[in-house]
Structures are given as C-alpha cells and as structure tokens.
Design a protein around this ligand. Structure first.
Ligand code: PSV
Ligand code: MN
Length: 393
C-alpha cells in the first residue's frame, strides 16, 4: 500500500467533474429543534437571498449547481423571475418539495386523510407545486408526507394506503411528459405508532403502481439505527428506481446534520454501491441532494463542508480496485476483498480533489477560500431588518 497521494487520472477526473450535488434552499434559513431556533446575522430573508447563498457553495466547490425549493416556504410572486435570478447567480432551480406538515388541516393526515376534502386540498397543493416546476424549469417533484397515526386503532392502516394510492395517482396524472416525481420514506416522526410511507418497500410499491416517472427518495436519516442503507441503494438501483438521495448525518434520529460528519464510512459504502452500478453518471437518473439543517454552525460553510464530504466519499469509491475486488470475491477471499475496500476508504483524497479544483480554476481549499472572501461579513452587514427565513420549528 502506498502512502502517496493517488493520481488524478482521466477516469477519475471525468467522473468527479461530472458529479453534481443539489442543495436545499431551507439549509440557508434558520433551523433548530423544538427547544430553540437560533438566528444568525446575515440569514436570508427571502428565497432570492437563499439562492444567492446557495450560489456561493457552487462558486467555491464547482459541483453544486442546483437549488431545491420547498413550497410554501419559497413562495414568490414571480417564479420565472426567481429562476432568472438563479441563473444570474450561476445556478438553476432543482427539485420542488411539497409541504404537507405545517397546515392545521393535516393534523390527522394529508394525502391519506379520511376526509376527501382534506385529500383534495393536499392534491391541489401538488398541482401548485407542478405549476412552480413549469415556471422555474424544474423537472422533479419531491413528495414526503408526515402522515401516520400515534395510537393503535386510531385509523385504518389499510384504508390509508388505499387513499394514499388514489391521491398519488391524481398527482402523477398531472405531471408533464418531462416531469418525474420522487416519493420519500421515513420510519417515524412526526407520527410515532405507524407512518404511511415508512420504508423503501412501501415507497417502491406505490412508485411501481404509479408508473415509470415515479421513483424512491432515500433520505439517509430516515432509517432505524443499524439499517444497512447501502443494501437499499443496491436494491433500488437494480430496479432502476432510485430517484434521489437526501444526504445528511444522524447519530440518533432524523438529526439532519452535515453529510459525512457522523459516519463517513457509511457514506463511502453508499457511494461504492453507486459507483459499482455506474449510477454516478449524470444520466443515471439519481439526484444527489442534501437535506440538512445547520442549527449551530454557519450555514454556507456547513453546506460547503457537506458537499466536500460527499465528494471525498465519491473519490474514495472511485479508487476501489474493482478488478482486485472482483477476483477476491470470486475466490472467496473474505479478508482480501474487505482489504481492497478498506484500502480505498483509507486513502487520503484531499490532495487529489484540491488538484481537480485547481485544474478547474477554483481554489483548492473551498472552506478557506470562502472564509477569506468576506461574504459572511458582507451579508451580516447588508441584511439588516426584515424577517429571517426559517423552518418555523
Ligand atoms: C422530512 O423529515 C424531510 O426529510 C423531508 O425531505 C422534508 O421535506 C424535509 O425533511 C424538510 O427538511
Ligand atoms: Mn428528506
């Protein structure tokens, strides 16, 4: 094994320079826990300022060219104008996320609610999101529903599945030809007894029933502790049904911490499955997105660090000696195969990625370069007054 920095060969350069990571607009607003939301000087007051901040992440990393919106958090009067603003800042609008978790009518459910009027309202909200897609040029609709129950017997698990299938079919029917939708699962929270889309299997069943334009979103924070997430990745890729990731880290529940902070080895194992299935290609249909909150750290550098963590995990996955791995696996060499994987994981790829950035005309060290740019000081001075954007937690 060599301790020197691996070379940035043509294969690596191509794969890494084609990789893109989508950013969530809400990561730039204030967030917190149910105990407290801390404000930070310079926090965006509107979607325009969120996009300007997201563009900084792209400016310094070169691999984060899209910003995902959440509706109604990012409602504006003129979405075409917002898309223009994004373009002026060098980014585009990515997925449109619906929001079914902050309206009083949804207390007992949204797309699954027993009352058809509430279901109609939840479906109509998605039609509004599809209009936002049309106005912004976005092609992806992301659906996550908080629906579920807290007590056994509270509602019929089975009837809720039927109502969900019906509501989703109405939304799916409204998509344009070039639109896709992705359905996110989560095993608990805010409901604590049962959740209506708790796992990848349930999401996949609904997507299969809907059609080819519906795929599964895997949020890395949405599993029981100990779940083998890379197995799910491999399985969804086999079916051609992995639509997107929501990357983040968790120590306990849906912590929404920076991707790669809690378990960089897990992120590497996930990216290894992606690379093995040749799903890193921009045309693979997998959208690599972050879904994070920066409660105590600065938001823009928090996103830069997360993007770099995903990029480092990807570079390590690309360094796996596939031939040696395959040979060891076929010959039943357990420790040899494991060793090939660990050699790649234990390689320091920071120099290689710095070289790549330099080649692309970027600073080799995005964290340092952003800090030195004075942007945080500037927005703290400029953005005085108004209401800071937030989750409303
Ligand atoms: C739910 O916990 C979730 O992961 C969904 O993606 C939401 O839209 C998002 O969080 C909001 O951050
Ligand atoms: Mn998510």
């Amino acid at each position: 094994m060599t301790a020197t920095t691996p070379a940035l060969d043509a294969r690596l350069r191509k794969a890494l320079s084609e990789q893109t990571i989508e950013l969530p607009s809400w990561a730039f607003g204030n967030s917190g826990t149910r105990f407290k939301v801390f404000g930070t000087p310079g926090t965006p007051r509107d979607p325009y300022e969120k996009i300007a901040d997201a563009a900084q992440v792209h400016r310094w990393t070169g691999i984060a060219p899209r910003v995902s919106l959440h509706i109604p958090w990012d409602l504006v009067d003129d979405f075409a104008d917002l898309a223009r603003h994004a373009k002026e800042h060098g980014v585009t609008i990515g997925m449109i996320n619906s929001n079914l978790f902050q309206d009083d009518d949804y207390k007992l459910g949204s797309l699954t609610h027993a009352d058809p009027a509430v279901r109609r309202k939840a479906v109509a909200h998605h039609l509004q999101c599809i209009d936002v897609m049309r106005a912004t040029g976005s092609t992806e609709l992301k659906v996550w529903l908080p629906d579920g129950t807290n007590y056994p017997g509270q509602d019929s698990i089975r009837a809720r599945q039927d109502r969900l299938a019906e509501s989703l079919a109405e939304i799916y029917a409204a998509l344009d030809d070039d639109h896709r939708m992705v359905l996110e699962y989560k095993f608990f929270e805010p409901a604590f007894y049962h959740t209506d889309v708790p796992d990848w299997g349930t999401s996949l069943l609904h997507c299969l029933a809907l059609g080819e334009k519906a795929n599964v979103v895997l949020d890395t924070g949405h599993h029981a502790p100990g779940t083998n997430i890379e197995f799910i990745v491999a399985q969804l890729l086999r079916q051609g049904r992995l639509g997107a990731f929501d990357f983040n880290s968790r120590f306990y529940a849906d912590d929404d911490l920076m991707a790669g902070a809690a378990d960089p080895f897990q992120l590497f194992r996930i990216m290894h499955e992606i690379v093995q299935a040749d799903a890193l290609r921009p045309t693979s249909g997998v959208n690599f997105m972050l879904d994070q909150c920066h409660n105590v750290e600065e938001k823009i550098p928090g996103q830069i660090r997360s993007v770099m963590n995903v990029q480092e995990a990807t570079a390590k996955a690309l360094l796996v000696d596939t031939e040696a791995l395959d040979a060891a696996q076929r010959s039943g060499d357990v420790l040899g195969a494991h060793g090939v994987l660990m050699d790649a994981y234990n390689t320091d790829v920071r120099g290689l990625l710095a070289d790549l950035r330099t080649e692309q005309g970027l600073d080799g060290d995005p964290m340092r370069a952003f800090a030195a740019s004075g942007y945080l000081e500037k927005i703290a001075a400029d953005r005085v007054g108004g209401q800071q954007a937030g989750w409303g937690a």
